[in-house]
Write a protein that binds this ligand. Structure first.
Ligand code: SAH
Ligand code: SF4
Length: 374
């Protein structure tokens, strides 16, 4: 070791670590990567499959529970390849228990939120892919934070495994994953898709790709990339406006990729994959909720295999002047779009009272005593 490196103090070292990304964990590895890693430890290939079963089917939280493995290997791995670095910090439920927010601390002292939503026919987990977000949509609390860093595939897998374990504890089974927590998945594309591949593995969780939805604010090149990916995950587009004048004010990314380019990319996606696209439309009073805007939206999407989800705004401090429209306005807007031939539903966010709703995920844990949120 040179003098230079030996004088790096602990703080500098941990900053370096942060810049290099989180240290590798079991949840970061595809089955092939795990097989290679175990081969270095002179372990046969079937061990990797065994471990995938234990980790993703039995959902064990410790190597100690993988009792088919030699003790020395378990000890070795616990040291060199921890299952996860995510540390559960807190759990908050809505009164009726239908929404649970899980809060984790990362290895570098940041916090991530994951939201579990229980419905009669399905259980959905809303996963974060970044700490903060660089896109900065005007109505979104996460956008206010700016971007701290991308999460690794392992940190996303860790959120899902914890959610699956929690769900199993309630005698239910996790059925859907939506990448609608903090962050923009297409600004962390490789790690997001790696997460989906790890969870989809038939030796592991066997999570159907079509039960995973990636939601984007509209990075056009990645829509084309996703269309070509063999993994058939679902695509949701956060549209929020049918024209550039309006969308420029809501989604800053629109200055780079215009509404027309975005919808054209969606048409290519549908042509290539045959899969339907969902459009999310956050409805804001007197901003994007007029009858004329509804008609313009329907004209824009005519002929496209799609579905529109109207999400009434959850007011956040990101833009205090934005308000949620009245019930009558929300339903009239949805009805105009639907009647024009575009299947449309209204979706109220879950977990508003625990600051777990869309756009409310904003971690204040570092600074405040309580769990954050708008
Ligand atoms: N960055 C991605 C995914 C995370 S945001 C994206 O923008 O698509 C998940 C969804 O919540 C998006 O559709 C987003 O527009 C919506 N959302 C954000 N803030 C909201 C708010 N205050 N009220 C309602 N929906 C909101
Ligand atoms: Fe980022 Fe999505 Fe929030 Fe926009 S809505 S700031 S893209 S997390």
């Amino acid at each position: 070791m040179s003098d230079d490196t030996s004088t790096i103090n602990q703080e500098q070292a941990s900053q370096l670590q942060v810049r290099r990304g989180a240290p590798q964990t079991f949840y970061d590895l595809t089955l092939d990567e795990l097989t290679e890693r175990l081969a270095e430890l002179r372990q046969p290939a079937y061990r990797a499959r065994q471990m995938y079963h234990w980790a993703y089917q039995q959902l064990v939280s410790d190597y100690a529970e993988m009792n088919v493995l030699p003790k020395s290997l378990r000890a070795d791995l616990a040291e060199s390849l921890p299952l996860t670095h995510l540390e559960p910090v807190q759990e908050i439920q809505t009164d009726d228990g239908e929404t649970i927010k899980l809060l984790f601390r990362t290895h570098d002292g940041n916090h991530i939120e994951t939201v579990l939503m229980f419905y009669p026919d399905r259980v959905t987990v809303c996963v974060s892919c970044q700490i903060g977000c660089a896109v900065g949509c005007s109505f979104c609390a996460t956008g206010m934070m700016g971007l701290t860093r991308n999460l690794t595939a392992g940190e996303m897998v860790g959120q899902v495994v914890a959610a699956a374990r929690r769900t199993r504890g309630l005698d239910r089974q996790l059925s859907n994953i939506v990448m609608m927590g903090m962050g923009e998945p297409f600004q962390n594309y490789e790690a997001t898709m790696k997460m989906a591949r790890i969870l989809n593995d038939p030796e592991g969780m066997k999570f159907g790709a079509r039960r995973i939805t990636v939601s984007t604010s509209g990075l056009v090149p990645f829509i084309d990339k996703l269309a070509d990916d063999p993994l058939q995950v679902k695509l949701a587009i956060s549209l929020h406006a049918p024209n550039d004048r309006l969308r420029d004010t809501l989604v800053p990314l629109n200055r780079r990729w215009k509404v027309r380019e975005l919808v054209d990319a969606c048409r290519r996606y549908v042509d290539t994959t045959g899969r339907r696209v969902s459009f999310e439309y956050c409805l804001i009073k007197d901003v994007n909720d007029s009858d004329e805007t509804a008609r313009e939206l329907a004209r824009l999407l005519r002929g496209l295999l799609c579905h529109v989800n109207i999400i009434p705004l959850n007011p956040t401090p990101a833009e205090p002047s934005y308000e949620r429209p009245s019930e009558a306005r929300i339903h009239r807007f949805a009805q105009i779009v639907d009647t024009a031939g575009i299947p449309t539903s209204v979706r109220y966010s879950r977990g508003v009272d625990i600051a777990a709703a869309c756009g409310q995920l904003r971690i204040e844990h570092e600074n405040a005593a309580g769990v954050g949120g708008a």
